[in-house]
Design a protein around this ligand. Structure first.
Ligand code: GLA
Length: 374
């Protein structure tokens, strides 16, 4: 299986935690279509932790869906999702129990990979809790990588060891298609900006097609509600989160209740111009153009020769952001000017030479697509 572009979808955990059910999943699959998410590129409907019975089937040793949450079984949920033209994701863990204390896949990797294939699963998120002390993380992720490649079905392998053990240095060789690079996101400004800061500048260079750095599920649109809802974020902060995730070419896995998005949330997460930046076939990492501490400017080289430019302002006042085009290789002697189009408003700026200044809202961003023009 070759995963060319950062996977896009929705996952239950951020909003629902353990409160998952057949009905809620079907309604969310419907919402993927009714809210225009499928048309914008979102594809995977992923059930996170807490879907199984507390113990394996005593006779077969297999994982079994909780009959109260999923009275029709998992295959029926998968069929429903597939009929909608979507793909189905599930969850397990490389330790003996999952993070929420359900059976994990340790020593059952091959049986479980086959079970996931029987369920009709297309995506497996694989967590890192309750690992026996003697079993190191690279070895256990290798095992599930092999089990998935032998299970007879294409299953996207989404590793989740929270960036531990220098995951970027070995996870591609374990067969993963994406890998969580940080601890869990919470729905507040500090959490998502800390996550981005921990990956921008250095760690994103190891992220590339077929094995993407995953900065965790988005909290855009949660407004403090649900399982990881804390203080919540403002709309401007959500725009900034989405822009940071897009520039990083990190998977776009929504975490809000997609059945009940506000218009503003929908506008953010279905913004085609931003999604194009995220899905750019080259998936090159952003690089720093200007650093004023709480204000930073990043650029990302795109496949067609354009650049994306992101101005960030994490201070609590509206401030100017700066871009020096020299840092993008656009010298004054080249004769090129840089023409920027705002990806949230569509506003086009006058082509500029050498540098530009942009006013950036507090805790906010401005993001542009930039063309070189003579
Ligand atoms: C870990 C993961 C989360 C989520 C929970 C489920 O904390 O990092 O994304 O899957 O486990 O228990």
């Amino acid at each position: 299986m070759y995963v060319k572009q950062p996977p896009m979808g929705w996952n239950t955990w951020n909003t629902f935690g353990p409160e998952i059910s057949d009905r809620m999943i079907r309604e969310s699959a419907d919402a993927m279509i009714d809210q225009g998410l499928r048309d914008a590129g979102y594809e995977y409907v992923v059930i996170d932790d807490c879907w199984s019975k507390r113990e394996r089937d005593p006779e077969t040793g297999k994982l079994v869906a909780d009959p109260e949450k999923f009275p029709n079984g998992m295959k029926s949920v998968a069929d429903y999702i597939h009929e909608k033209g979507l793909k189905f994701g599930m969850y397990s863990c490389c330790g003996v129990r999952t993070c929420a204390n359900y059976p994990g896949s340790f020593d059952h990797e091959f049986l479980d990979a086959e079970t996931f294939a029987e369920f009709g699963c297309d995506f497996l998120k694989y967590d890192n809790c309750f690992r026996p002390a003697s079993a190191n993380s690279p070895l256990l992720y290798q095992r599930m990588g092999t089990a998935l490649s032998m299970c007879g079905r294409d299953i996207l392998y989404s590793a989740c060891n929270w960036g531990s053990d220098d995951v970027w240095s070995w996870i591609r060789s374990a067969g993963a298609h994406m890998y969580r690079s940080t601890g869990d996101i919470l729905d507040n400004f500090k959490s998502f900006t800390d996550i981005a800061a921990s990956q921008y500048d250095k760690k994103l260079a190891a992220s590339a097609p077929n094995c993407f750095n995953d900065m965790d599920m988005l909290t855009v649109g949660m407004f403090g509600n649900g399982n990881v809802g804390t203080s919540g974020c403002t709309e401007e902060e959500y725009r900034t989160q989405f822009a940071l995730w897009c520039m990083a070419s990190t998977p776009l896995m929504l975490g809000c209740d997609i059945r009940k998005m506000t218009k503003e949330t929908k506008d953010i997460v279905t913004n085609r111009a931003l999604i194009e930046i995220n899905q750019d076939p080259d998936c090159r990492p952003p690089f720093l153009l200007n650093n004023q501490g709480e204000r930073k400017t990043y650029a990302k080289r795109l496949a067609n020769g354009d650049f994306a430019i992101l101005f960030l302002n994490f201070s609590d006042k509206e401030r100017n952001g700066y871009a020096y085009f020299e840092e993008m290789g656009v010298t004054a002697a080249s004769g090129y000017r840089v023409q920027m189009t705002d990806l949230f408003t569509g506003e086009e700026r006058e082509p500029a030479r050498e540098f530009t200044t942009v006013s950036v809202p507090e805790h906010g961003c401005r993001i542009y697509r930039a063309k070189l023009v003579r």
